[in-house]
Write a protein that binds this ligand. Structure first.
Ligand SMILES: Cc1cc2nc3c(=O)[nH]c(=O)nc-3n(C[C@H](O)[C@H](O)[C@H](O)COP(=O)(O)O)c2cc1C
Length: 141
């Protein structure tokens, strides 16, 4: 069964943006043979990532990612079985917030701010997730 997980997290204090290519290349190395696809978005100390693949592979890679000390406060915003992949051709695409269309940056920021302690209130973020997935998909064509 195909499954997709989306999460937001906060980059470690000593994290530098220059480490992102390294993350991306180890992600692609692992994701390719395991058929994991998805997108990683970075903005100013926050990550937002969607991963998709077979259930067991997703569980395994999420566990690896979860234990990575380069980020913390990892909060799932999405975890569902899916009929088909949103990012079938991307072993991990990378997008920065400023590469997204203006009107979608707010959705992305809203989701990323869920990881911050100040928004402990439950928020209905489904609309933001769907808008963002759709925009990512268009931007990757
Ligand atoms: C925000 C973030 C996203 C990551 N995404 C993935 C991923 O999609 N797939 C993957 O295998 N590793 C991913 N990683 C890296 C793993 O956590 C782990 O560091 C890596 O698999 C270890 O490989 P290495 O020994 O080649 O560095 C991610 C790490 C971070 C911090």
């Amino acid at each position: 069964m195909l499954r997709s997980i989306g999460y937001v997290s906060t980059a470690a204090k000593n994290f530098s943006e220059e480490e992102i290519p390294k993350i991306l290349s180890s992600a692609i190395n692992w994701n390719t043979p395991h058929n994991i696809t998805g997108i990683l978005c970075y903005n100013d100390g926050n990550f937002l990532q969607f991963i998709e693949g077979e259930d067991a592979d997703i569980a395994e890679v999420f566990n690896i990612i979860y234990n990575d000390k380069r980020h913390y406060d990892i909060m799932k915003i999405f975890d569902e079985s899916i009929q088909q992949r949103v990012f079938p051709d991307w072993r991990m695409a990378l997008r920065r917030l400023d590469q997204l269309p203006q009107d979608l940056r707010a959705s992305c920021r809203n989701l990323m701010s869920l990881g911050l302690p100040k928004s402990a209130e439950p928020v209905d973020h489904r609309a933001d997730i769907e808008a963002l997935l759709y925009a990512f998909k268009l931007s990757l064509r």
